[in-house]
Design a protein around this ligand. Sequence first.
Ligand code: TXA
Ligand code: MG
Length: 319
Amino acid sequence: MAEITHDVERAFAILKAGKLIGMPTETVYGLAARADQADAVAQVYEVKQRPAFDPLICHFHNTKALTPYVKELPEQFWALYERFSPGPLTYILAKSERVSDLITAGHPTVAVRFPRHPLTRQLLQQCDFPVVAPSANLFGKVSPTQAQHVKDQLGDHIDLILDGGAAEIGLESTIIDLSGPQVKVLRLGGLALEELSEALGKTPEIAAHSSSNPKAPGMLSAHYSPGIKILFGKIMDNLKLIDPERTGSISFCQKIQGIPARNQRVLSPRCDLKEAAAQLFTALRSFDPAQIDVILCEEFPQEGLGRAINDRLKRASVA
Ligand code: TXA
Ligand code: MG
């Protein structure tokens, strides 16, 4: 069973030896392995039960460490890097031959990210290899925002989880594709679209979700399942149809009339979307399937991190 620890040196030693660890980031916890060892990468897919068509993100300390793994760094990359990295933004770039097909699922591009969590920066600084790290949950389930979440789902398969506390942002990174002629957002996430648009000087296209198209990885519509049915949007309309005693709710800043207080999760009583984002996944995990049949989720304001919150809830409701 995995040990939860603050010891970065032990985490580094295990990672270096080709084994998997739980790694904190400011977005969500990752299941980390060295990217230059095929066995370690293969184990990530196995432990997560992740289909081989869904590629992994490579994590780096800085651009010096990244350069050997990409063909080129376009102008737009530098503008965004200077502003947002280290931080919750993942870049899709043309890969060099040093990145294996196992990592990219055969795509000619690679996803790269520079996390800003201080413990993970200490770890990555020592790595003379890239580190792959998908969110440390079973495929299709809710991403972990605390070390204990990782232990609950994957603790039997890894030796160590580096404890970085509760994730500051609580939503996965925003993914931007810089590999083609048109800049595209492939996943809404921890960096708000407004901030990206301002830095780019225009609003980028947002790629649509797909339910089964392996050519559009990262956009599967059914995802983030907490194992309980989710109804998204218009709480009061949905409430008429069900037994309130066995109903949970997730709302932004106000309580929902008609649902028992014990079943309610109000994500930010002061109406702050960042605070709500940081609470979302913990709230989704907090319901007991033996007591709750359905979770009613309010639609959040479609601005700032509210867009990514709505995206996750909509997908959780498809599962
Ligand atoms: O915040 C995050 O990004 C977290 C932390 C741990 O860094 N990681 C994360 O990884 O969310 P994961 O594997 O759960 O999600 C990565 C997404 C996948 O949906 C995958 O399809 C997409 O990135 N992706 C990876 N490589 C890609 C590529 N070359 N082209 C398009 N999408 C890609
Ligand atoms: Mg994930």
